[in-house]
Design a protein around this ligand. Structure first.
Ligand code: NZQ
Ligand code: ZN
Length: 386
């Protein structure tokens, strides 16, 4: 097991009715900017609950943050923060709204000329404008981590940012919010969280027994609750296990002391930027090819995954590893998620070359847990996923 430092300052308010405790978490006399997305919160009652809970505060609203939060729209919110002298933000939504809040948190205190540099220069943000969140879509883990992914339509880019100053102060996690989620978003949430675990687990063994078993338990829990959630999101027991699994998948606990990969996400973000494919679906497209392409370096962990998560005990190590990948693909299919790029866009030809070039131009020359995947390897993985 490798050395690590671990700190997570986000306070979690988990369970039914936690919205009622929201006001206690917001600093007294705060001037609050309420951030939300395309309007789902106005249809499902979450907006009304938040308004009730925050009635003692001076609250200004900024809605319309789209899925894959768009830089240009966020710049408008930044203007509001400045002109209204906002002191606290409350992000109500899924990963997109929460990530938008993180960008704004960093941009509000940023002294450079153009806030896009926060994305391109990768300087970690150590201090941001404080914000809390009310999560409406379990998936990304953004509610308890300090990362964000921002899209720029103009240049078809989607880049990540983060830093220790970008943890939410608190996050309200009421699993009942999932009842209004469409099937597509439920499936996305399960697949995204599942891939988060894989990125931190399907690497190579370092003798981190507890980390491995924690990763496996999150995977097993997701597999167990997936059919129940998809059939009936009002099943509170399943919903609560689903929501907490998604948070645990990406709150910084699983990667301590172990190598991590993240190549699937790096490649997946490009597919969203180019073709607008839902984030989780890009992962389901890339992950199987990525694991097949890197079978030699990942086979020990793949075989362990196959054995402990999918109960595959027969065959050689390599056969078990391959079956683990097949079961993963099958799991995505059972969620109604397609796993080939050509099933999402007719323009798939040439994607491998575009990505290879983009990664070369950006100097992303070594991806994966060994930092050994070159832009040409990336191209081959993408081609395998056509
Ligand atoms: O915009 P509204 O109207 O609210 O509708 C949203 C949106 O259309 C809807 N929705 C959310 N909660 C709902 C609901 N509809 C009905 N009932 C509810 N309770 O769902 C749609 C998708 O929302 P979005 O926030 O985009 O989804 P998700 O949570 O999957 O977030 C995806 C974004 O997060 C980034 C992704 O790249 C993508 O941009 N990620 C962020 C990460 C992080 N910060 O750690 C890690 C992830 O790997 C990921 O990259
Ligand atoms: Zn993800």
């Amino acid at each position: 097991m490798n050395n690590f430092k671990y700190k997570n300052p986000t306070k979690i308010l988990f369970g039914k009715g936690q919205m009622e405790n929201l006001a206690e978490e917001i600093p007294e006399k705060a001037k609050v900017l309420l951030l939300y997305g395309g309007g789902s919160i106005k249809k499902n009652g979450i907006y009304d609950q938040v308004k009730r809970a925050t009635q003692e505060f001076d609250v200004i609203e900024f809605g319309g943050i789209p899925a894959n939060p768009e830089y240009e729209i966020l710049l408008r919110a930044l203007e509001v923060i400045r002109t209204e002298k906002i002191t606290f933000m409350l992000a109500v939504g899924g990963g997109s709204v929460l990530d938008g809040a993180k960008f704004l948190s960093a941009a509000a205190l940023y002294h450079g000329d153009t806030p896009w540099d926060l994305l391109t220069q990768k300087t970690p943000t150590t201090k941001g404008l404080p914000f809390g969140t009310v999560l409406t879509l379990p998936a990304t883990g953004s509610e308890m981590n300090s990362g964000a992914v921002i899209t720029r339509e103009e240049t078809k880019e989607k880049l990540a940012m983060g830093g220790p100053g970008l943890f939410p102060v608190f996050s309200v996690l009421d699993p009942q919010v999932i009842v209004s989620l469409p099937q597509r978003q439920l499936a996305n949430g399960i697949a995204d969280a599942f891939n988060h675990v894989l990125e931190q687990y399907i690497t190579y063994p370092v003798g981190a027994s507890l980390q491995d078993r924690m990763a496996e338990s999150v995977l097993q829990t997701l597999i167990e609750v997936a059919p129940a959630i998809m059939k009936d999101p009002t099943n509170y027991t399943a919903a609560s296990n689903f929501m907490w699994s998604c948070t645990m998948a990406l709150n910084g606990i699983l990667p301590v002391g172990v190598p991590t990969d993240w190549a699937v996400h790096a490649i997946g973000h490009e597919l969203t930027a180019l073709y607008g494919i839902d984030h989780a679906r890009t992962l389901a497209v890339i992950a199987p090819s990525h694991y097949r392409y890197n079978l030699a370096s990942k086979k020990e962990k793949l075989a362990q995954y196959a054995e402990r998560v999918w109960n595959i005990t027969d065959g050689t190590l390599e056969e078990r590893a391959k079956l683990g990948i097949e079961h993963t693909e099958q799991f995505f299919h059972e969620l109604g998620i397609k796993t080939k790029l050509s099933e999402y866009t007719k323009e798939f030809q040439g994607t491998a070359q575009v990505l290879s070039k983009r990664f070369t131009d950006r100097g992303w020359l070594g991806l994966g847990e060994h930092r050994s995947l070159s832009p040409s390897d990336v191209g081959k993985i993408v081609e395998m996923a056509y």
